[in-house]
Design a protein around this ligand. Structure first.
Ligand code: PPE
Length: 305
């Protein structure tokens, strides 16, 4: 789906017209993948647009930057204000929010240390990441032949642009094989996550997801699901998962800011079928929360006034 341009983008402290939100072709990050970023969603609620867990996402971006010895020259408070301002200025009721801090133009060569850190935030309307049909009936996944990078290759806890070459390889392979999404195993052969989503299987009524040591990103939607499960009394456990655990799953779903809560209906020709009761319960609660329909979780929402 081509991007839908909006009016302005926040770049290094200023709102600039969408078409002028460009960087130099010799920006360090373009050549060496030296950028950290976030993906956040803003939903339409009865009280206007609301950004879901904005501060948690920005805190994670600061943590990603710390791993790479990158100082972001704005505070989280500054970036919260910038995001509010940006959504207001574009007059959007719901959108995706993409903050990114890159090593910019300055020197060439692998060492990023002397290049300026440039920070931008862009917003655009973004529908269901894996399609509306996927949200309702689930996606078809395959285990990728590509392994996920691990803690000593590229730390999975850092949401760094360069790492997504690995995701893109797996995604393209899955699409070419006729699937919607790829599951990635870590170098030890345990399940880590999908190309841009965390993974969950349900076995004996328990929601299972790989622990962070298995190499998934510490997803904010994953954390949200953990809280929802606890609040609803659904057992939840972080457990190492093998390929066979996927093939024997009673239910399976994936989560992410972009993908939200998307059921999985097939994994490598093992048919799971239509979304089951646990998946449906979690998905409905998730959408109620992000749309502001459950007051108990309003502290997770930044209402844009
Ligand atoms: N794993 C990966 C590798 C990942 O990229 C994401 C988010 C997640 C898990 C889920 O994290 P969270 O959004 O905090 O629940 N992927 C973002 C980028 C997607 C894209 O195509 O770009 C997202 O979902 O916004």
């Amino acid at each position: 789906m081509p991007l839908q341009p909006v009016d302005v983008v926040w770049m290094n402290g200023k709102l600039v017209p969408w078409k002028d939100a460009t960087v130099h072709v010799l920006s360090h990050a373009l050549h060496y993948g030296t950028g950290v970023f976030e993906g956040i969603r803003c939903y339409e609620t009865e009280r206007g647009p609301a950004v879901f867990r904005l501060r948690d996402h920005l805190d994670r971006m600061v943590r990603s930057a710390r791993i790479f010895l990158m100082d972001i020259p704005y505070s989280v408070d500054d970036l919260v204000d910038a995001t509010h301002d940006l959504i207001r200025s574009n007059g959007l009721r719901s959108c995706y929010v993409r903050p990114i801090a890159i090593r910019g133009y300055g020197e060439m060569g692998v060492n990023p240390s002397n290049n300026p850190v440039e920070v931008s935030i862009a917003v655009w309307p973004w529908g269901a990441y894996l399609g509306d049909e996927a949200l309702e009936h689930g996606v078809r996944m395959t285990v990728s032949s590509w392994r996920r990078h691990d803690h000593n290759i590229i730390p999975p806890q850092a949401k760094v642009t360069g790492a997504y070459v690995n995701s893109a390889m797996a995604k393209v392979e899955a699409l070419h094989a006729g699937y919607d999404e790829a599951v990635m195993l870590n170098p030890e052969g345990y399940v880590s996550e999908a190309t841009g989503e965390n993974l969950f299987v349900i076995k004996d009524g328990v929601i299972l997801t790989p622990p962070l040591c298995a190499g998934p990103l510490a997803g904010i939607t994953r954390e949200t699901i953990k809280t929802i499960a606890a609040d609803l009394g659904i057992p939840f456990s972080e457990t190492l998962l093998t390929r066979a655990d996927l093939y024997l799953a009673e239910e399976m779903f994936c989560s992410g800011t972009a993908a939200e809560v998307t059921p999985v209906r097939e994994i490598d020709q093992r048919i799971i079928g239509e979304p089951g009761p646990v998946t449906t319960t979690i998905q409905q609660k998730f959408f109620a929360i992000v749309k502001g329909e459950d007051e108990k979780y309003h502290e997770w929402l930044d209402f844009i006034l």
